[in-house]
Write a protein that binds this ligand. Sequence first.
Ligand code: ZN
Length: 173
Amino acid sequence: MHDRDPGGEGATTTTTATADGIIDTSDGVLPAGVSVRDDSYPGVARLAPDLLEALRLAAADAGADGVAVHVTSGWRSAEYQDQLLREAIVEHGSAAEAARWVATAETSAHVSGDAVDIGPYDAISWMQQHGEGYGLCQIYGNEAWHYELVPEAVDEGCPPPYTDPTQDPRLHG
Ligand SMILES: [Zn+2]
């Protein structure tokens, strides 16, 4: 995975040493307040193109409403996702409880570039009201900030969210 990193020279943020390497912006780590238009971060630039296009359209309209949409987490390397899962197991006390919040690297829509977490609160609120017009849907009831592209939602509306990721059949394939 690391041989596909774009040079590895963008280490402008705090890095965290782990057993299997350095997790930094080249793995999708983002500082606070990153714009949806900021291609300088792999966490934004490596989102799926159709998701990124929908997100940027929505963010432009949100901006016209005075709401700034930031990417709090987008594309993640498998190493980064693994680290988040390990941290969640510590935080939540068991792998089963952590699974309600963090997917594995094999199943995470963040690792494939098909999911984006947004913020701050007013951006989440705006997206809850307007996202489906762009095909942007909340997928999990317990993750108001996590959006994925559901193209049919533009015409049909978003499907009802799963209670949490353990209810998502895609994560049990
Ligand atoms: Zn997410």
